[in-house]
Design a protein around this ligand. Structure first.
Ligand SMILES: Nc1ncnc2c1ncn2[C@@H]1O[C@H](COP(=O)(O)OP(=O)(O)O)[C@@H](O)[C@H]1O
Ligand SMILES: [Mg+2]
Length: 280
């Protein structure tokens, strides 16, 4: 096809040899299949900030690393320089997360480069060699659903062990290749340690999985894997091997029954005193 304008700089630099076709136009990006030498890859072109949606929310901005305080101030003020910086931080967030996660052994597309607002990465392919289907488009019976759910919880744990929370994990941001689920779409990924909303984000990601797989595995609907994983992480004991049950134990400290009985006795005495005085 004719090279789209946003991909021209990559063609000029020799990063892409040919643009084969448009794969998807999502809410945040347009994705193309491209040829680089004799490899087929995928190029994700980020939409301009004003065409994007909820990821602009403040919750996602918190904890983002910026190069220096001048950048941070400019971004806060929303100057033109600041907006350009914010855009760069946003665009680099996904490639940064992909590098960190690939190094941690998480199943994500191999990243190559982010250049001029375009992320060049591995094209995840399905059994037929074409672009892999999204989890949402894969027919599931209970056995396969259980396998994928377990595999994805493992991936979420590995991500968290690497300090990363996806922040928008759902059946639309998971592809399925011959070896199972692959996680994609990470520009909003957040730093587990640097954000006050990290726990809530993690629990939402994990409960999205339970809701999706719960359609064929109803027992997942009341599970508490998110809370369980977050508790282990906060206690500093989460590892890739942590056994998960989906249940969170009731608080460990036993209720102080004695104190409750004393409270009741005191209340009764007070009431008796009140009655005695008012009757006098
Ligand atoms: N590495 C990849 N390999 C194959 N398909 C991909 C890849 N990355 C994205 N896609 C396809 O493009 C779609 C949009 O990409 P995504 O990263 O989810 O961006 P958006 O923010 O627009 O949702 C995905 O749902 C998927 O179908
Ligand atoms: Mg997506």
């Amino acid at each position: 096809m004719k090279t789209p304008k946003r991909l021209q700089p990559l063609v000029d630099e020799g990063l892409i040899d040919e643009v084969s076709r448009q794969l998807m136009s999502g809410k945040e990006a347009i994705v193309y299949v491209v040829r680089c030498g004799d490899e087929v890859r995928c190029a994700k072109v980020y939409k301009e900030a004003n065409q994007r949606s909820f990821h602009q929310a403040v919750a996602y901005q918190e904890g983002r690393r910026v190069k220096n305080s001048r950048q941070a101030r400019a971004m806060e003020k929303g100057t033109r320089y600041g907006r350009k910086m914010a855009e760069e931080v946003w665009q680099n967030a996904e490639v940064d997360a992909l590098y960190r996660l690939a190094a941690a052994g998480v199943r994500v597309p191999t990243p190559y480069i982010c250049f001029e607002g375009v992320l060049l990465m591995e094209l995840v392919t399905g059994a037929d060699g074409n672009a892999a289907p999204r989890l949402n488009d894969v027919p599931l019976e209970p056995e396969l659903a259980r396998e994928y759910h377990t595999a994805l919880l493992r991936q979420v744990v590995l991500m968290l062990c690497a300090g990363v929370i996806h922040g928008d994990l759902s059946e639309y941001n998971i592809l399925v290749d011959a070896n199972g689920p692959v996680i994609i779409d990470l520009p909003q990924a957040i730093d587990a340690a640097g954000s006050s909303v990290a726990g809530a984000m993690l629990e939402r990601d994990v409960s999205n999985l339970a809701t999706f797989f719960g359609a064929v595995l109803p027992e997942l609907l009341g599970s508490q894997y998110g809370e369980e994983i977050w508790n282990l992480y906060q206690a500093g004991v989460l590892t890739a091997e942590s056994k998960l049950t989906g249940r969170v134990a009731a608080p460990e400290t036993p209720a102080d029954v004695g104190a409750v009985i004393r409270e009741i006795a005191l209340a009764r005495e007070e009431e008796e005193d009140r009655v005695a005085y008012s009757g006098a």
